[in-house]
Design a protein around this ligand. Structure first.
Ligand code: G6P
Length: 368
């Protein structure tokens, strides 16, 4: 059926602004907001019985899976083996047939992800598909389908599918924690309330940060290289920020674990390469700020994406500080995705690239 851009210049922009709404739909499928509990739809795989979980995907879906790994390990105490699909299937990973495997794919047609799925299926693992297209091959071949309900995504650079994938993975991980006895009923209630607040907070953030992201994008569009840093779940977000920027603006960007800065990328720091630091005021905040200090001490220009507490706690001089509301750790990755997406989007608009159809990229990659 027909999808149009509405009042937006590009599908990507429209899809960024759709996120509060589509995430509400996705959450409604996995969360019972009356009882404040994760719904049984999240337990189509019995996570209580599995010794470990394998996750495989490509591109942005892989980075959503990487955030998922942190959640399944933290909340459900479930060890997670994750890799990009093109490596996963060739690694000869020792996999237990009692385990489960999740395959994350917007299109549900990515060839490498499908091949990883078949590899796990042959070995007897229980297969879950986290997909947007429910009629897709990956969905059809799975034992359980976890739809992300993002609606059609037209922009090649994935935005709303990413945050919907994250929202579904968060619900699955909390549900797994409840099933495994590592998340108490009270904790479940609190986490679910945080999820419930997410669409409203996203809407408020989208309404407030746009002008700032646009002026920052003007600066970024003059740069040749950009480094993104993050720790914990902000590390996959740093990689997603870099991926988004390079995909649509063609500016070289890298996402790095903040702690790895001193093991290489610090050699590149000068006034020409902005460093985007993603650091909510979480358990890792102090450590990341000290990495940021290392950047500042070498004359690096810092773009600091943080929250109110994080902004108040830092005295470092930055090129720009983006201040988001203080939110619980479970929803921070979704909220912090927004400035990252807008920054890439507006930079690409300044560069004059074909934002929705970047060169050499395809929305769905059906060759291995
Ligand atoms: C392509 C797209 C990416 C996407 C990746 C995986 O490279 O350009 O945006 O993340 O494929 O696609 P999937 O449909 O499996 O999520």
């Amino acid at each position: 059926y027909m999808v149009d851009k509405g009042n937006h210049r590009h599908f990507m922009e429209k899809e960024i602004y759709e996120q509060p709404e589509v995430i509400s739909h996705a959450l409604a499928h996995y969360v019972d907001f009356i009882e404040n509990r994760i719904s049984p739809t999240a337990s189509a795989i019995d996570f209580a019985k599995v010794p470990s979980l394998a996750i495989s995907a490509c591109g942005t879906a892989y980075l959503a899976g990487l955030v998922g790994k942190y959640w399944f390990e933290r909340y459900a105490r479930l060890p997670v083996e994750i890799d990009v699909a093109s490596e996963f299937r060739y690694r000869e990973i020792p996999l237990s047939p009692q385990s489960a495997a999740l395959f994350i794919s917007q299109s549900g047609e990515t060839a490498d992800t499908l091949a990883s799925l078949r590899y796990c299926k042959e070995r007897g693992l229980k297969i879950g598909a986290v997909v947007n297209v429910r009629e897709s091959t990956i969905a059809r071949e799975a034992d359980a389908i976890f739809p992300i309900m993002a609606g059609p995504e037209i922009g090649v650079a994935s935005t709303k599918a990413f945050t919907c994938q994250l929202s579904v993975l968060a619900a699955l991980a909390i549900g797994a924690g409840v099933a495994r006895g590592t998340v108490s009923k009270d904790e479940e209630k609190i986490l679910v309330r945080h999820l419930a607040e997410m669409p409203r907070i996203m809407g408020a953030v989208l309404n407030s940060i746009q002008p700032k992201m646009e002026s920052l994008a003007r600066e970024l569009s003059k740069c040749r290289d950009v480094l993104y840093l993050g720790r914990g779940t902000s590390y996959p977000l740093a990689m997603e920020g870099a991926l988004k920027l390079k995909e649509i603006s063609y500016i070289h960007a890298e996402g790095y674990a903040a702690g790895e800065l001193k093991h290489g990328p610090i050699a590149l720091i000068d006034e020409n390469m902005p460093v985007i630091v993603i650091a909510p005021h979480d358990r890792f905040y102090e450590k990341t700020v000290s990495n940021m200090q290392e950047v500042a001490a070498r004359g690096g220009r810092i773009i600091f994406i943080t929250d109110e507490k994080g902004a108040a706690a830092s005295k470092l001089e930055t090129m720009s500080t983006i201040v988001l509301p203080n939110v619980d750790e479970i929803i921070a990755p979704m909220i912090f995705s927004l400035p990252i997406q807008l920054l890439a989007y507006h930079t690409a608009v300044f560069m004059g690239t074909d934002v929705d159809q970047p060169r050499n990229l395809a929305k769905s990659v059906t060759v291995e």
